[in-house]
Each structure stands twice: as structure tokens, then as C-alpha cells.
Design a protein around this ligand. Structure first.
Ligand code: 5GP
Length: 119
């Protein structure tokens, strides 16, 4: 059996979070360690470990992630001014929690996106 992730516990309400959105497919809550004025995590309720494990049957849920991200951005008042969506994947992507989620970062100009130095 797949081990429960910290995000599953947040979705189930076993551990507290500042949840701002929930439906049958995704849950969104404030990141505990925000990297921008607004930093929200939008998580699939199904505990898919990462994008590397998505399957054809997840297609609708993954599309829904973007629809919910857009709605949250509009609710925050940044729908027009802009925001950043990030999905980290695996070890080299520095994914910390093995439960598929999208970061929504917003609040002023977020600056350029850095690239790692060549080795
Ligand atoms: P990742 O590196 O996996 O893409 O991002 C995981 C994110 O989850 C990090 O930004 C981290 O701050 C956040 N996070 C980790 N544990 C918790 C928690 O218990 N509650 C909340 N709200 N966020 C968490």
C-alpha cells in the first residue's frame, strides 16, 4: 500500500493547513514556507507521487489543476497582472513532497527564472 503523504493528511484534515479550495479532484492550501507574497499549493487528491507517475486516466485531473490555478489567481486579483506556476519533479527537480502538486506564486514581479550553472 502507498504510504500516506503529508499532503494526504492535509487533504483529510488530519493535520492543519490554511485550505483555500477543495473539490472532488484537487485541494489548495497556503505553503507553510512561502517563497512569495502569495504561495499556494494545488494538490491532486489522488496521491500520485509525481508527474513521472501520471497515467492516461489522470488527464482530466491534471487539466483541472490549471483551471483551479486560474480561478485562485483571479480570486487573488493577479489574473491579469500575472503569476508563476511550478511543478517540481523528482530528485533533480528538488521535489520535496512525493505527492503531485503545483506551486502558484504571485505578488509583484517575480523576476527572471534562473537556470542551474553548467557542470
Ligand atoms: P516541492 O519541493 O515538493 O515541490 O514542494 C513542497 C512544498 O511543500 C514546499 O514549498 C514546502 O514549504 C511545502 N510544505 C512541506 N510541508 C508542508 C506542510 O506540512 N504544510 C504546508 N502547508 N506546506 C508544506
Amino acid at each position: 500500500m502507498t504510504e500516506e503523504t503529508i499532503f494526504t493528511k492535509i487533504i483529510n484534515g488530519t493535520i492543519p493547513s490554511k485550505t483555500i479550495y477543495h473539490d472532488d479532484e484537487v485541494t489548495a492550501f497556503l505553503d507553510i514556507n512561502p517563497k512569495a507574497q502569495h504561495h499556494i499549493l494545488i494538490v491532486t487528491n489522488k496521491p500520485i507521487p509525481s508527474v513521472a507517475q501520471v497515467e492516461k486516466e489522470d488527464e482530466k485531473t491534471l487539466g483541472h489543476l490549471f483551471i483551479v490555478a486560474k480561478k485562485i489567481a483571479e480570486d487573488l486579483g493577479v489574473g491579469e497582472s500575472g503569476y508563476r506556476l511550478i511543478v517540481n519533479v523528482g530528485k533533480d527537480g528538488c521535489q520535496e513532497v512525493p505527492h503531485l502538486h503545483m506551486h502558484l506564486l504571485a505578488g509583484g514581479n517575480l523576476g527572471g527564472f534562473g537556470f542551474p550553472e553548467k557542470k
